[in-house]
Design a protein. Sequence first.
Length: 199
Amino acid sequence: MTLFDTTPSILRETSRGLERTSIYDELLRERTLVLSGEVEPAMASTLCQHVLLLEREDPSSPITLFVSSPGGQVGPGLAIYDVLRSVSCPIRTVCSDLAASMGSIIFMAGDEREMYPHASLMIHDPLIPQGAGGSALALQETSKRLMERRRTLNTILAERSGLTLKRIQSLTCKDTYLEAERALDLGFATRIIESRKEL
């Protein structure tokens, strides 16, 4: 199996004949990135590098990030969020399917936050890490860190949506799914994409 059997590619006619390029390279040229799948360190590092590269190439042109993620690790997710919020480029995030857990936090980094009509967000409190255990003091420390993460994530959701922290806490105490219209009403999204012309 070759790389091109698994990676979408485009054939382009050039002065040197037909050239095959990765669709991801084409999207990068258009300043469009895709976050698809679970948030983990390697993916977060690559995505952050791409954002920083695009900022260096043109600090004022917008970057579009499509988000379709079930969530993942909090640390790498916050790294992506921080980079998106720190660059000078306007950031447009688009929820194309489901942006859940850390995926929803990354979606909230956009200056413009757009959703397809059938897309949804899912927000909740951070979960207890797998394998957490040990002594009573170790569990106490884990609980303390978890509550700190909860405050951080809920503060992001409150600041970006305009809702009060108390309202956010009432939403994140359980898995809360927000369809596009509801997300727009609550301030999580800024617009619903209704046609191809709006892309």
